[in-house]
Design a protein around this ligand. Structure first.
Ligand SMILES: Cc1cc2nc3c(=O)[nH]c(=O)nc-3n(C[C@H](O)[C@H](O)[C@H](O)COP(=O)(O)O)c2cc1C
Length: 214
C-alpha cells in the first residue's frame, strides 16, 4: 500500500515506498478510534522493547512502563483523568485558556481529541503510562524518543497508537494509587495502542523551519 505523505518535501517517486523505515515513519498517525480487539502481550512487550532501544542522556534509560490492558480499568482511568483534565485546564488561568482556544481555532486537528465518548484514551485496549524520576532534567526528551520508537514499532507490526499528554493528569486522580508509582517518579506521557478503526488524517507539515548557516 502506498504511503500518503501529505505536504512534505518528499517528491513523488522519491523511493519512500521502498524503504521500510521511512514508510513506517510517514504512515504513523495519531489514531483516536480503535477496534474492540485485544493486543497480545507478546506485541506489547516487543513495542516496549523498541522503546528501551531509544537513546537517553548519559544512558540513564530513565523510563518505567505501567501497562493497562483491562478495558473496564482503562475506562475508570479515562473517567477520572477526564475530570482531572477539566479541573487542570480551569486552573491554567484566563490567558492560557484563551491561548488554548485560539490554538484550537487555528489548528482544528486539536479538536480531534474530543471526538468519541472517551476523549482521554479514545477507547484503546492498551494504555502505557511512561514515568521517570522527577529529578532527571533530560528525562522528558528521553521519553519522547522512547515513545516515538514504540509508536513506530507498533505501526511496523500493524498496530496503531497515539501519544496522550493529558495522561499526565492521572497524577491528580484517586485511581493513580493503583499504579504504585514511587513518590520520586512522575508520569511524563501515556501511549495508547490498538488496532485502529479509522484512517488517520494527514496533517500538513510546516516547511518554513529549516535554516542552513554557511
Ligand atoms: C507530547 C504529545 C502529547 C499529545 N497529547 C495528546 C493527547 O493528550 N490527546 C490526543 O488525542 N493526542 C495527543 N497528541 C497527538 C497530537 O495531537 C498529534 O500527534 C498531532 O496532531 C499530529 O498528528 P499525527 O501524529 O497524526 O501526525 C499528543 C502528541 C504529542 C507529541
Amino acid at each position: 500500500m502506498d504511503v500518503e505523505i501529505g505536504k512534505t518535501n518528499l517528491e513523488p517517486g522519491c523511493g519512500i515506498q521502498n524503504n521500510e523505515t521511512l514508510r513506517v515513519i510517514y504512515s504513523r498517525r495519531a489514531i483516536r478510534k480503535y477496534k474492540d480487539i485485544p493486543v497480545e502481550k507478546k506485541w506489547i512487550e516487543k513495542i516496549i522493547d523498541a522503546g528501551r532501544m531509544a537513546p537517553s542522556a548519559m544512558n540513564a534509560q530513565p523510563w518505567k512502563f505501567y501497562v493497562l490492558s483491562n478495558v473496564e480499568l482503562i475506562r475508570q482511568f479515562s473517567r477520572q483523568i477526564g475530570r482531572a483534565t477539566v479541573k487542570g485546564v480551569a486552573k491554567m488561568g484566563v490567558k492560557q485558556v484563551a491561548k488554548t482556544i485560539a490554538s484550537a481555532i487555528l489548528h482544528p486537528e486539536n479538536l480531534l481529541f474530543f471526538k468519541g465518548n472517551d476523549f482521554v484514551f479514545h477507547g484503546a485496549p492498551v494504555v502505557i503510562f511512561i514515568t521517570s524520576r522527577k529529578d532527571n532534567v533530560w528525562a522528558g526528551l528521553d521519553i519522547g524518543a522512547c515513545a516515538q520508537n514504540m509508536m513506530l514499532a507498533a505501526k511496523s507490526i500493524g498496530l496503531d497508537s497515539c501519544p496522550v499528554g493529558i495522561g499526565k493528569f492521572v497524577m491528580d486522580t484517586e485511581i493513580y494509587s493503583k499504579l504504585n508509582v514511587k513518590d520520586n517518579e512522575e508520569v511524563k506521557l501515556a501511549v495508547i495502542l490498538g488496532y485502529g478503526d479509522e484512517v488517520g488524517e494527514v496533517h500538513e507539515r510546516k516547511l518554513n523551519n529549516l535554516f542552513y548557516i554557511n
